[in-house]
Design a protein around this ligand. Sequence first.
Ligand SMILES: Nc1ncnc2c1ncn2[C@@H]1O[C@H](COP(=O)(O)OP(=O)(O)O)[C@@H](O)[C@H]1O
Ligand SMILES: [Mg+2]
Length: 586
Amino acid sequence: MSRCTINAIFNEVKKYKKEFFLGQLIAIASTILISITPLFIPVLVDELLLGHEPILTGFISKNVLSMSPMGYIFAILFLLMLLRIFASLLSVLQTRIFSIISKDITYKLRIKLLEHLKRVTLKEYENFSVGEITSKLVTDCESVDDFIGSTTSKLIVAVLTLIFSTIILLWINWQLALFILITNPVVVFFTAKISRNIGKLKKDTNKSVATFQSNASETLELFHQIKATNKEDYFFNKTTQSAKELRNFAVKFNYKSDMAMKWSSLLFLNGYEIFRAAGLLAVMYSDLSVGLMLAIFSYLWIMAGPTQDIINFQYSLASAKASCERINEILSLEQEELVANGTNPFFNKESIGIELKNITFSYKSGKKILKHINMKFIKGEHIAIVGASGSGKTTLANLMVGFYMPDGGEIFYDGVESKNIALFTIRENIHLILQQPKLFNDTIRFNLTLGESFSEDQIENAIELAQLGDVVGALDDGLQTKLGRDGIRLSGGQRQRVAMARMILHDPKVVILDESTSALDTHTEIRLFHDLKRFLEGKTVITIAHRLSTIQNADMIFVLENGELVDSGTPQEMLAKENSYFANMK
Ligand SMILES: Nc1ncnc2c1ncn2[C@@H]1O[C@H](COP(=O)(O)OP(=O)(O)O)[C@@H](O)[C@H]1O
Ligand SMILES: [Mg+2]
C-alpha cells in the first residue's frame, strides 16, 4: 500500500483469499451450529410438556431410536453440548486464521514504514521526534491491526448471522420478524453517527500518546545532561504534564466511546424488551406457541452479538481511519533521491578529486549557511578547512557526503555530478568522521567492523594506527567489551579513536576529518597523524581543524567565514598573506 487507507487495507486482505475464505467458512459453520441450538429446547417444551404434534421427537423415534421423554431430554442435552464443543473448536481455528491475516498485514505495514524511514532525509529527520514516530509504529499500527482482525473475522459472520436468524424468525412468525428487521437499521444508523466523533477522540488520544512518548524519551536520553544542570524537576514535570494530558484524553476517549457503545446497546436492549412483549402478545392473540416464543427470545439473543459487532465495527473503523492519517504522516516524510544505475567515479581509483561549484545551502530555518562556495580539492592532496565556530565547516562536510542537498550549485566527484551518483556509493567511498562520533550500544568489535568481516590482523592494525591499543588492552573483555548507550563507557578522546579505527578498517578513498581529533591530547594527536601517514598517502584527505599543528602540513588551506570562502592558499602563502584567522591559530 502506498498510503494507509481503509481501501488499501482491504486490498491487502484480498491477497489472503484462501485463508480468508477458509476462515469465513469455518466461522459460518460455527455460527450455524450455534444458531440452531435454540431450536431444540423450545421444540421439546412444545412436544414433551405441552403435548403438541411430535415433529422432532417423532423424527428421532422413527430414524434413531424411540426413547422416554427423559431420554429425549438427555439425548438433546448431550447433542447440544457436543455442538457447543465443536463450535468452540471451530472458533479457535478461525481466530488462528484471522490472526495470521491481520498480524501479517500489520507486519508488512510496519516494514513499509521502516523502509520509508530508512531513506528519510536528515533535514526531515531533524524535525521529528523519535518518540512520536515510535508511537505511530506501535500504537497506530496496533489500531489498524485491531481493525483488520475484528473486521475480517466478525463482520461477514455478523451480517450472515443476522440474515440467517432473520430468515428463521420470518419462518416462525413473519410479523414479529418484520418488526425486528425495521428496527435494527435504526440502531446501526444512530451508532454510525456517534462513531464519527469517537474517531476524532481516538486521534487526540493517540496524539497525546505520541507527545508523552517523545517527552519521556527525550528526558531519558538527556538524563546525564539533566542531572548535570539540576533540571530533573523541569524535564520530569514536562513529562508528567504530558502523562496527565494523555490520561485526560484517554479518560475522555474511554468513557465517551463506552458511553456511545452503551447507548447503542441500550437501543438494542430496549428493542429486545419490546420484542419480548410483542412475543407475549403474539402468543396471547395469535397461534404462536409458547415453545416458539422461547425460540424467538433465543434468536433475539443470538442477534445481539452480531449487532454489537456491527456497532463495534463502526468504532473500530473510525479509529483505524484516524490511525491511518497519523501513519501517513510518516509516509509523507521526504526521502533521499534514489539514483538508479548511478555511475561510480571511485571505481578502480586510489582516490578522487572533489569540486564544489557555487554551493549555497540553508537549513529549514531559511538563513543562508553557505554562500556561493567554490572549492577544488585535487586528488591525493591533503586539504585543511579552517574557520571560526559556526562558519559552516561541518555543514560543508555533511554536504560532501550527501547528508544534505545543496540549494544551489553542484558537487562534482572526479568530474561526475553528484546527482548521477548513488548516495550509497558516495558514503561507501567517502568517510566522514565527526567531532562527536556516534557509537552503538554494542561491543568495541562491532563498533569497528559494523558487522562486516575483517581479519584479526586488519582489526589489530586499525587499532594500532588509531592509538587505541592501550585503551582496548585496559578493558576487561578487550574487543568484546560492551560500550553502553552511545559509547558512554569511553571518554570523548577514546570515542574519537574508535571512530578513527573504524575508518581505517573500512579503508575509504576520501577521508573527511571534522575536528575528529579535537579531544586528543597534542602528544597522542601527533603520534596518530604520524602513524596514519602511510595509510593516508594517496588519499584525498579533508581536515577541518582548530589547531595549527594539525594543518601545517596541508597542501591547501581554505578559510571559511560566515558561510563564505574568504581565503585560500598553501600554508606558505597563507603565512605570507598574514590571513588573520590563520595567523591567530595556535
Ligand atoms: N542541523 C542544523 N539545523 C539548523 N541549523 C544548523 C544545523 N547545523 C548547524 N546549523 C547552523 O549552521 C551554522 C553553521 O554550523 P556548522 O556548519 O556546524 O559550523 P562549524 O562546523 O563551522 O562550527 C551555525 O550557525 C549553526 O547554527
Ligand atoms: Mg563543526
